[in-house]
Design a protein around this ligand. Sequence first.
Ligand code: UD1
Length: 429
Amino acid sequence: MDCIRVRGGRRLGGTVRAVAAKNAALPILAATLLTGATCRLRELPPIQDVATMMRLLGELGVRLTEREAGEWEIEARDLATYEAPYELVRQMRASFLVMGPLLARTGRAVAGLPGGCAIGVRPIDLHLKGFAALGAEIDLAHGRVSARVPGRLRGAHVYLDYPSVTATENIMMAAVLAEGTTTIENAAEEPEVVDLANFLNHLGGRVAGAGTRVVRVEGVRELAGPSQAGAAYTPIPDRIEAGTFLVAGVITGGWVAVENVVPDHLAAIVAKLREAGAAVEVEDARVVAEGPARPRATNVKTLPYPGFPTDMQAPFLALLSVAQGTSVVTETVFENRFRHVEELKRMGARIDIEGAGAVVQGVERLTGAPVAASDLRAGAALVLAGLVAEGETEVLEVHHIDRGYHQLVERLAALGADIRRVSPAPVLT
Ligand code: UD1
């Protein structure tokens, strides 16, 4: 399997363009199941999770054609099945996002149960409660979840115990074709939820309030398709990818400008970068961050949007490992999302986990070591740590990084990093 080798010590300098957000592209792709009309999506990021979602759609009978690089024509006129295979749901939990659209469109939906995950329990109870409130019968047996609705889903009040991102999205997609009005209370306010609502409305849905704690969906009998025939939809830029590149500049004491961003979506990240001593300039669709000689310690607590994103926790932990002073990083969104800590410690970081918090005593320098990515963002954090570690860091299990970053190695190299991807030599027989 491939690995990433990075030699630390180079200051980065340069500009990158953020690609469309993985977490917007995935639900939007799932939403194409809601209509038989042809949807056009632009700038879909060529990352593994998007490929997995496309494979899943293909298995469900959707036709996907790439018209030009990143621009896809997607047509779900005749569905072949309403079952999402366990193999795909196991690879990517976001596969579960097809449940809401399938249920709304066909009255049936089956998926392998997502099961355990490297970053906590991540149950799906909120998704299922939402479907049940809309009138679906839910059955859990043989490792599968099966939902069925006699006739059409009916609008209802749904209160989420936690503002789960994909539960909000799944219920929103189910409700779009339901009879009557659905209100989702304590909904997730993430920009990706807003983007999905905009896409649903682009297809003729009637979703209001996305981006606030209460989302209202007035069901329609069918989605007519894009109001202007052939109109393409471009998902919002990836705020987590943008944040990762900004940290890359700052951790090396250099600078990175990220273009094609929505600065509002980066507010918490920018605030924390400034607290860590970075000089950050925010322009229309561009953010530039320049690191100090050594970052300052600061406390970080992950929260639902607009709080600090859990997906930036691992990258920030890498930054704070080399800061002057002691920081406390508290993870409130997921349990058990500190698997990168052991790996950072192998590189000389001084971090103690106490319950949901990591106490980070900044060290002057990290040392390169072989380390393994345990999930997508953990992998990114190890690469970031490698950018400042003395000597060579070898990051293994890079398939996790490929799930969500497009050409991370090439783009960091273009910013001046000494980094390359190495494929194992073929085994001679
Ligand atoms: C989404 C993002 C992921 C991000 C996360 C939090 C996608 C494809 N993925 O994941 O990158 O890290 O939001 O911002 O958009 N929970 C329940 N019951 C449920 C669902 C969730 O208890 O039915 C809990 C989870 O265990 C977790 C918390 O809610 O503790 C947040 O999870 P959630 O917002 O659902 O994350 P995802 O939507 O899976």
